[in-house]
Design a protein around this ligand. Structure first.
Ligand code: AMP
Length: 214
């Protein structure tokens, strides 16, 4: 199974990606997670990406595409993958096409998670993320058992710099201007499946699986 997950920030891509990757036994490849891990470890890649991420802008395609090409070349991606957060513009979608043609790995589906802006802001303003394993919680709707501590690995929960209000507004603009066009791009290729991202996490996963299998 080769899947792409598309949707605005806060649609629950990360949460659904974990469920779907487990269901299909494929690696979950999140470009945002890879960038954050590199920032945490102060790598060259992390240093190049940080200023863009903190402002809610896209990291330049030259950096991102190379990183994804590398990741898709790793052995675990040979039998499938779930891309979360990539591609984020049509130039990245073109580059991904090239990579997948070279590797003879055609996509099976592109799943779009649909959600209103008001709900996005509610979700992101209360989101807390584990520094260690990247699992997301919410201060109101999905509280961790102990405040500030991850239920899964006991890592520290923090508010991502880019989940702060001013940056969220910019991320939504970037999504509308740069990322939303890829929905039409994949629709034309007959790969697009759209579901609502509002409701119970397990029900959304089930909806996603049914929709992908159609
Ligand atoms: P995410 O965790 O997917 O919301 O990504 C967090 C941030 O990482 C984004 O706001 C971008 O700054 C950067 N980022 C993640 N994926 C990409 C991508 N495909 N292209 C460019 N920047 C990206």
């Amino acid at each position: 199974m080769r899947l792409i997950l598309v949707g605005p920030p806060g649609a629950g891509k990360g949460t659904q990606a974990v469920q779907l990757a487990a269901h299909y036994s494929i690696p979950h490849i999140s470009t945002g997670d890879i960038f954050r891990a590199n920032i945490k470890n102060s790598t060259e890649l992390g240093k190049r990406a940080q200023s863009f991420i903190d402002k809610g802008e896209l990291v330049p395609d030259s950096v991102t595409n190379e990183m994804v090409r590398d990741r898709l070349g790793q052995p675990d991606a040979a039998s499938g993958f779930l891309l979360d957060g990539f591609p984020r513009n049509t130039a990245q979608a073109d580059e991904l096409n090239k990579i997948l043609v070279e590797k003879s790995m055609p996509l099976d589906a592109v799943l779009e998670l649909k959600i209103e802006n008001s709900e996005i802001i509610r979700r992101l303003s209360g989101r807390r993320t584990c520094r260690n394993c990247s699992t997301s919680f919410h201060v109101e709707f999905e509280k961790s058992k102990v405040a500030g501590v991850c239920d899964l690995c006991q890592g520290e929960l923090y508010q991502r710099e880019d989940d702060k209000e001013e940056v969220v507004a910019r991320r939504l603009e970037v999504y509308t201007e740069q990322t939303a066009p890829i929905i039409n791009y994949y629709s034309k290729l007959g790969l697009l499946k759209t579901i609502s991202a509002v409701g119970d996490v397990k029900e959304i996963t089930q909806l996603a699986i049914t929709s992908i299998s159609k």
